[in-house]
Design a protein. Structure first.
Length: 235
């Protein structure tokens, strides 16, 4: 088996003209999220639209709205949507979550939110927007999810493991509860560095499991390949 490149790999959504490079976090979230009964889906902070495209590929009927505050990201997502097989079901919106007030609720809300809550801000404004909470704090994200989620809907997110308890406590204030959790281990034998969580409005004892991305030798694990095989050009 070939040793995989660090963090990025060529991504494939149904046809070559939609190929793009994405990070592992987004691929994991897009492959892991539960799409059952999801007629309307919202992707918050869509970036180039990768996760929204994955949703369209996995669900043949869902209508997917994708929002991003960054003009360049919005334009790139819109172009990728038009070049996909599902252009009639994918809609890009140039807006912040705080200013997004559609006339509907969503069965599934999905997001790969900013990494850091109170960390060092770089001088690169675009990087700040992408990686920090200056444009969308966890509190604003959770409030937006609560406002836009249907009564029976769910939200799926990927978070740094060290932010889980903070995020969970904020979600509880909005009566959103973890109903599924998967710990993500980058390399076999290491501690989890990410968590994939599913939120719902009904409190329950949730299932918890884990997935390891790579072996100590640097090869993708069988469980990671099984989860994401539909979205890589080569496995």
């Amino acid at each position: 088996m070939q040793k995989p490149p660090f963090r990025f790999k060529q991504f494939h959504v149904a046809q070559e003209k939609c190929a793009m490079k994405v990070n592992t976090d987004g691929v994991l979230l897009g492959a892991w999220a539960d799409l059952n009964c999801a007629g309307n889906i919202l992707d918050i902070g869509t970036g180039t639209g990768v996760i929204a495209l994955m949703m369209a590929q996995r669900n043949a009927a869902a209508i997917i709205d994708a929002i991003d505050i960054d003009a360049d990201a919005f334009a790139q997502a819109g172009e990728n949507f038009l070049n996909s097989l599902w252009s009639d079901r994918l809609f890009a919106h140039h807006t912040s979550l705080q200013d997004y007030f559609p006339a509907k609720k969503y069965d599934l809300i999905i997001s790969n939110p900013p990494y850091f809550v109170d960390d060092f801000k770089t001088e690169d404004h675009q990087r700040n927007i992408a990686k920090h909470s200056i444009s969308l704090s966890y509190q604003e994200l959770i409030t937006g999810i609560s406002r836009l989620l249907s009564d029976t809907g769910s939200a799926s997110l990927v978070l740094p493991a060290f932010n889980l308890h903070l995020f969970e406590s904020m979600a509880l204030e909005q009566k959103l509860f973890i109903v599924k959790l998967t710990e993500v281990i980058a390399v076999e034998g290491k501690s989890p560095y990410l968590v994939l969580i599913k939120l719902g409005r009904q409190q329950m004892e949730y299932s918890k499991d884990s997935i390891t991305i790579q072996s100590e030798e640097g090869f993708f694990s069988q469980e990671y390949m099984a989860l994401t095989k539909d979205f890589y050009l080569k496995f």
